[in-house]
Write a protein that binds this ligand. Structure first.
Ligand SMILES: NC(=O)c1ccc[n+]([C@@H]2O[C@H](COP(=O)([O-])OP(=O)(O)OC[C@H]3O[C@@H](n4cnc5c(N)ncnc54)[C@H](OP(=O)(O)O)[C@@H]3O)[C@@H](O)[C@H]2O)c1
Length: 346
């Protein structure tokens, strides 16, 4: 009893200190713990055939170059043939033993029937890794957004995406090995204001691929969901707006000056999850968005209150001023400033 009463305060204080140290460290983290604790050994992807859909710019492009440096053979795919050819040459220069550029339109479902076989033939063997990364975001309020825009976004980010996966899955299951990585978003975990349809697509992606993982991982096919926060890329330029066929860049949205992770850093963290295929879901984001995403999972009512009273109003006001993204909701100002002062919409 005496020993216990002597030891208990010491254990309590040590636990408190450890928790405080972890919390302080986490405030500086740009990803969740498991991915930060892993690394990629040199040459880790030698002998792997990797297909990246949505590789022409941004995250997909950075990932193609990152994997090339560690010896992966790469097929870079999207609709922009010239950019893909240039990238394939850069992949070869970076160390990829083989790099091919292949035009793929995620929206052209009929063309997906032969996609898996076509790419295996082009790459000279079965595909080990599919990175299903193509997608477009949104900058508009739900009340203003044409239902056609929501349908178009669903078709690209969900239906087309799943269709591409189904082009590669049967061969992976037949071989009893493969890895499918899908770029979701923190908007797949949190209801991001001014991106309601985009959040709906990414929540759908989360649901589909979590279920798929539970069906196929015991048969040798791993499924990893990547949830990035703001990353430097062309995402804002090409974002959907309230009106069908009008991109954010053409609707006069200003450049998003929010603190974004570089595409290279995002690619590095994705490479870690490709090397360690049991990292089933990774969150990669600058703060405070990473912290907010965690809060949403562990304290949904409190986090939703913060979302509805602080983050939402700040982002809606930001959108009204033509700010296209996370810019309006970064830093503590969102708690004590713009969000708190935001007025109701007329
Ligand atoms: N950047 C961010 O802040 C952020 C945050 C969370 C999640 N994400 C997700 O990350 C993924 C990559 O986006 P990013 O940020 O790298 O943006 P990005 O630079 O705009 O890249 C998007 C890619 O998708 C491709 N794409 C678009 N429509 C396509 C289609 N119909 N068929 C084939 N490819 C198509 C584009 O290629 P083509 O135009 O050449 O076809 C491009 O390669 C997306 O799924 C996005 O939702 C991004």
């Amino acid at each position: 009893m005496d020993i216990f009463s002597n030891v208990a305060p010491v254990v309590g204080a040590a636990t408190g200190l450890a928790l405080a140290a972890f919390s302080a460290w986490y405030l500086l983290a740009d990803a969740d713990l498991p991915v930060l604790m892993t690394s990629v050994p040199a040459g880790a992807f030698r002998g792997k055939r990797v297909v990246i859909i949505g590789a022409s710019t941004g995250i997909g492009r950075a990932l193609a170059l990152r994997l090339s440096r560690d010896g992966a053979s790469i097929a870079v795919c999207s609709r922009s043939e010239a950019k893909l050819r240039e990238l394939a040459a850069e992949c070869l220069a970076a160390g990829a033993p083989k790099a091919v550029a292949h035009v793929v339109d995620v929206l052209d479902l009929d063309s997906h029937a032969s996609l898996g076989a076509d790419l295996a033939a082009l790459m000279g063997g079965p595909i080990d890794v599919l990175v299903n990364n193509a997608g477009r975001s949104q900058r508009s309020l739900a009340e203003d957004t044409d239902i056609k825009v929501t349908a178009d976004m669903m078709q690209l980010n969900v239906i087309g995406n799943i269709s591409v996966t189904k082009a590669f899955l049967p061969a992976m299951l037949d071989r009893g090995s493969g890895h499918i990585m899908v770029t979701s978003s923190v908007a797949g975990k949190v209801g991001a204001p001014c991106s309601s349809s985009y959040a709906a697509t990414k929540h759908a992606v989360q649901g589909y691929y979590s279920a798929l993982r539970n069906e196929v991982s015991y048969r040798g096919v791993d499924v990893t969901l990547v949830c990035p926060g703001p990353v430097e890329s062309e995402i804002t330029k090409h974002a959907f707006t309230a009106e069908a066929g009008v991109k954010a860049a053409d609707a006069g949205f200003k450049e998003d000056k929010s603190k974004r992770m570089t595409a290279e850093r995002c690619a590095e963290l994705m490479a870690r999850a490709l090397h360690n295929s049991k990292l089933y879901e990774i969150w990669v984001s600058p703060q405070p968005i990473l912290l907010f995403t965690v809060l949403y999972q562990i304290a949904p009512t409190f986090a939703s209150w913060v979302g509805a009273t602080k983050v939402g109003p700040a982002r809606v006001e930001g959108l009204r001023m033509g700010k296209p993204g996370y810019e309006a909701v970064q830093g503590l100002g969102v708690i004590f400033g713009a969000g708190a002062k935001a007025k109701k919409r007329d």
